[in-house]
Design a protein around this ligand. Structure first.
Ligand SMILES: Nc1nc2c(ncn2[C@@H]2O[C@H](COP(=O)(O)OP(=O)(O)O)[C@@H](O)[C@H]2O)c(=O)[nH]1
Ligand SMILES: [Mg+2]
Length: 295
């Protein structure tokens, strides 16, 4: 019988949580960008092998909420850490561990759920610097283990996964053996489009972007996908469109290529830029874009 259970991945925005999740399950299901707040929703990533099934919960980074979307993100972190077998507290190993991060780790230790701390991005840091951070962690009580990994270079990630197995407390399989995530292909396609915008647009634009799928159907061996890119200010529209539509074209091409990889078939993608003022505070729009509570 397999040992099974849930592991929540928590930490500050940009720590490298989603990259680590993708490395742990060896598949890209959570989008990644250098911008904070890239992940908005808790995403489950499932790893199944001969002796275990680990369900990883990727969460948005801890932050102060300023709108209904932010409240939703915070609730999704709180829910994600309830009832899990282990909490993976991830921090960016190439930055000093700050007070807020130490406080967060202490908060998780107080839950009595086993806490494993992970310093990631070790490919871009010096060992000496890391030693200082590890010494700080050593002085904190209640941490079960500390791992140094590079999710990008896949360094020490499998060892970490093996180590996590001892915390699993269940025996029930939560997912089929070949399932990788709880998210639908529709959700993942929207996320890929959003990722391409995050990677190309600066300042406040990325945080105000939402993707609304009008159509996603497999017709004559091709995925026909039609989506709205929702922005919250009229002034954002020309930025996303770019000069003579150059920007939206570039976003569309790279999203189409990623979607083809995900879906394993050719994709036709149409994108439309629409303005919906203040959508991040509209219950209707949040629901439309998939940010609604699952009961
Ligand atoms: N060099 C390096 N960069 C990383 C690593 N993991 C994440 N990153 C980068 O850090 C940024 C934030 O990563 P992401 O996974 O989105 O962080 P999250 O907000 O915690 O989910 C992105 O630009 C990633 O490419 C790593 O192991 N090494
Ligand atoms: Mg993330």
């Amino acid at each position: 019988m397999r040992k099974t259970g849930f592991v929540a991945i928590v930490g500050m925005p940009n720590a490298g949580k989603s990259t680590l999740l993708n490395a742990l399950i060896k598949e890209k299901i959570s989008i990644v960008s250098p911008k904070p707040q890239t992940t908005r929703d808790s995403i489950l990533g499932v790893w199944t092998d001969d002796d275990s099934q680990i369900v990883f919960v990727d969460t948005p980074g801890a932050l102060k909420s300023r709108n209904s979307l932010g409240d939703y993100m915070q609730r999704s972190i709180d829910t994600a850490t309830q009832g899990v077998d282990c909490i993976l507290a991830v921090f960016d190993g190439h930055e000093p561990l700050n007070e807020r991060e130490m406080a967060l780790i202490n908060k998780y230790v107080a839950t009595k759920i086993p806490v494993v701390v992970v310093a990631t991005k070790t490919d871009i840091t010096q060992t000496e610097k890391l030693m200082v951070e590890l010494a700080k962690l050593n002085q904190m009580e209640g941490i079960k283990e500390v791992y140094c990994v590079s999710a990008k270079r896949n360094r020490n990630v499998d060892e970490l996964k093996q180590a996590l197995k001892k915390y699993l407390t269940g025996t029930q399989m939560y997912f089929e053996e070949d399932d990788l995530t709880d998210k639908s292909q529709r959700f993942l396609v929207c996320e890929l489009i959003r990722e391409k915008i995050l990677l190309r647009c600066e300042k406040e634009i990325p945080h105000g972007v939402g993707i609304q799928l009008n159509k996603m159907a497999y017709e004559n061996d091709v995925w026909e996908i039609d989506a709205n890119v929702i922005v919250e200010k009229a002034s954002h529209k020309p930025i996303i469109l770019g000069h003579n539509g150059a920007m939206i074209k570039e976003i569309g091409t790279s999203a189409r290529l990623s979607a083809q990889k995900l879906l394993g078939a050719p994709v036709h993608l149409s994108l439309w830029v629409k303005v919906k003022e203040n959508w991040r505070n509209s219950a209707y729009m949040l629901n439309e874009l998939g940010y609604s509570e699952k009961i």
